[in-house]
Ligand binder design. Sequence first.
Ligand SMILES: Nc1nc2c(ncn2[C@@H]2O[C@H](COP(=O)(O)OP(=O)(O)OP(=O)(O)O)[C@@H](O)[C@H]2O)c(=O)[nH]1
Ligand SMILES: [Mg+2]
Length: 338
Amino acid sequence: MTVVNSILSGDRLALSRLLSQVENRTSEGRSALRELFPHTGKAHLIGVTGAPGTGKSSLVNQLARYYRHPPDGVTPLRVAVIAIDPSSPFTGGAILGDRIRMRDLAGDKDVFIRSMASRGSLGGLATATAALAQVFDAAGFDVILIETVGAGQAEVDIAGLAHTTLVVEAPGLGDEIQAIKAGILEIADLLIINKADRPGVENTERALRGMLELAHPSPRIYKHHGRIMQSQDLPARPEKEGPSWVPTIHRTISTEGVGITEVSKAIAQHKDYLVQSGDWRRRERARLEAELETHVQENLFNRWRIGLADHLYQQTLEDVINRRLSPEEAAEILLAGD
Ligand SMILES: Nc1nc2c(ncn2[C@@H]2O[C@H](COP(=O)(O)OP(=O)(O)OP(=O)(O)O)[C@@H](O)[C@H]2O)c(=O)[nH]1
Ligand SMILES: [Mg+2]
């Protein structure tokens, strides 16, 4: 059986191997991605981000558990988890200290957890994450939870990839305002105050509400491979289709599973909102267009570079380094000599 057929038929070992191939951008991985692409576009990508230790992994474990064992009448979903640079390893629920719950996730063939180091990922973290998510999507996982730590550009890039982004806060991390980077608030669709069993939860919620009021309405930013797309670059949404999404705030105690049902409902509502408003399609289009452009740019650059004498390139680069030419002038000269 081909790699692609093994993936489509649910072979976990083949999946695990392909994820490594894709992460390392081997030619085998790349060709498998090409073949798998027509099978993608169905999964709901959910980003979970926030400061270290706020309880992201605990929340992800609880959400995974909820999707696998939903209330009566709700269809269980297949769940993949991508944990980027986890400082505490994923255990499929063991950190909850609840052995019985853990057993439902460990050994469940419809849950797949993959950790990825952010350092040294070729071609950028967001690109690598997008590729892993495509594999899971093609393999038929309905929900892909992506955990990232921090408040940097990587988190913003990954939010551009996710359909729904959860930003996790916890009370008592010092000055709440400090903990909440403006950039990270802008990407939040849901704000989670985890560790709601801890003192200071009211203060955190008040601070978040205050910041939300300041921050909205603000255009959502989609960033992909260094190109920023303001939401106004996207085809306009007709006025009659209703208001845009305002981030919702939820309290959870992830160690005990408190508030998880509400969070899962809000995630479902956000997905409905995306689909009904047309944002789902618009975002998909913008994301794929950016991806297409990146490939065209890379390809054009490589072709041009191969056709250019290396000494000419090096000479011009020297001129830039010695401040005889600006990088822009140098580019014009090199391209004109083409
Ligand atoms: N009291 C309390 N502790 C919690 C809660 N959620 C998680 N924790 C604990 O907080 C610690 C960190 O939890 P994690 O889920 O690993 O947090 P994380 O955000 O994934 O951490 P990093 O990936 O290292 O950034 C663990 O000891 C958890 O048991 C909660 O709701 N209440
Ligand atoms: Mg974690």
